[in-house]
Design a protein around this ligand. Structure first.
Ligand SMILES: *Cc1c(COP(=O)(O)O)cnc(C)c1O
Length: 413
């Protein structure tokens, strides 16, 4: 019987305890397991190599991603590290900052070579693939501009000699199944939507085939980056509500996007669900929904940006994403702060760009909150312009007035 993903996530490991018949599976914290007899090991011997609670989560995620099995790691970054092999890796120029840093650092150590390309540019991708990489890293949608690339097309072009990996963190298996589109491996930072409650840092690597899975599991045990049983237990608990959470996340995000998109203080909204998003068509084709992450440019100067963020009650200023609570992030000073000004510009991350992770609160409260903060920041902006006009005894510069802030808006892209 093939069941809906939401059903599968609810049922993960339910009613599987043969000892007491507990409905919810038990948590096996034990670091080691006895041998049944001399030279007669049981299924498990040591929790770094294998643990029932952790393995259950790996199996559950594999079921959701239509893979063979999953390796659960201590973080999304260790999941990325697990995959770092091969002579040459081709990765997206706008991949997650931590992945970029890890690939670059392993390259610097001489472990392998890496080239970063815009995978949405067919010429650049063809040139990179001609170098015969061992591994192709795909991440879609991208952070923070939500650029989407065509997984099926890219995987087909790469061919069967290349290990195709997709980071599916931003959408979760409810909204996108890369293995069905030709990828060999899916990577998750389970810290985000999979756990969904911002109380675990974890990762997962799901392979399509048994051979690949066994290689990954061997390496995870060898390096000791397997996740803890307790984290796996909490993550499985979060996973059960993935279906309803994602549905509410997306519904809320769409309404918040609609509200911001018509607001005069918003220069532009970057959400794949909008028809004017450059990669809307690909997203519509390969995703089962447009997700709950988006970014936008505020048509105000920096001090008003601060006022806007500080006046928000229901959007906490924090990195990370995918939790039930709404978050706001200023990429230029937070997630992307390590990048040079030039690199930021190239990546399209301007000073006025803000990113939202829309939570599952009542959407009317979220919109009221944004509306209030926008009003407050506008007042601040007008007051700032007046003070400047009085103190400099001249007309306020065009940059200080929201009515004439086209120039500022350009800083956004
Ligand atoms: C957060 C994140 C990671 C890294 O995961 P951690 O759990 O923070 O180590 C990797 N990829 C993407 C897309 C992420 O958002």
């Amino acid at each position: 019987m093939t069941s809906n993903k939401a059903t599968l996530s609810v049922r993960a490991g339910i009613d599987s305890d043969s000892q007491y018949g507990s409905v919810t599976p038990p948590l096996y914290l034990s670091s080691n397991f006895t041998f049944e007899d001399f030279a007669k090991p049981r299924k498990y011997d040591y929790s770094r190599s294998g643990n029932p609670t952790r393995d259950m989560l790996g199996k559950a995620l594999a079921e959701l991603e239509n893979g063979y099995d999953g390796v659960i790691t201590s973080s999304g970054m260790s999941a990325v590290y697990l995959l770092s092999k091969g002579d040459l890796i081709v990765a997206p120029h706008d991949c997650y900052g931590g992945s970029y840093r890890l690939f670059s650092s392993l390259k610097d150590k001489g472990i392998f070579d890496v080239v970063f390309v815009d995978q949405g540019d067919p010429v650049a991708l063809t040139t990179a693939l001609a170098l015969k990489p061992r591994l192709l890293w795909i991440e879609t949608p991208s952070n923070p501009l939500l650029r989407v690339v065509d997984i099926a097309k890219i995987c087909q072009q790469a061919g069967s000699d290349v290990i195709k990996v997709t980071d599916n963190t931003f959408l979760s298996p409810i909204l996108q199944q890369p293995l069905d589109l030709g990828a060999d491996i899916v990577v998750h930072s389970t810290t985000k939507y999979i756990n969904g409650h911002s109380d675990v840092v974890g990762g997962a690597v799901i392979a399509k085939t048994k051979t690949l899975h066994e290689q990954l599991a061997w390496w995870a045990n060898c390096t000791g980056i397997t996740g803890s049983p307790f984290d796996s237990f909490i993550t499985t608990r979060g996973l059960r509500t993935l279906g309803v959470r994602i549905r509410q996340h997306v519904e809320n995000a769409e309404q918040v996007v609609d509200y911001l998109n018509q607001h005069p203080l918003i220069e532009r909204v970057f959400y794949p669900g909008l028809k004017d998003h450059p990669t809307h068509d690909i997203a519509a084709k390969q995703q089962n929904g447009f997700g709950a992450m988006f970014s936008f440019c505020l048509n105000l100067d920096k001090s008003c940006l601060k006022a806007f963020v500080n006046n928000l009650e229901y959007f906490s200023l924090a990195e990370s994403l995918g939790g039930v609570e709404s978050l706001i992030c200023h990429p230029a000073t937070m997630t992307h702060a390590a990048m040079s000004l030039e690199a930021l510009k190239k990546a399209g991350v301007g000073a006025n760009l803000l990113r939202l992770s829309v939570g599952i609160e009542d959407v009317n409260d979220l919109i009221k909150d944004l509306d209030n903060a926008l009003q407050q920041s506008r007042l601040e902006s007008v007051a700032g312009a007046q003070v400047k006009a009085l103190t400099t005894d001249s007309q306020p510069s065009s940059h200080d007035s929201p009515a004439d802030s086209k120039a500022l808006g350009e800083a956004c892209l």
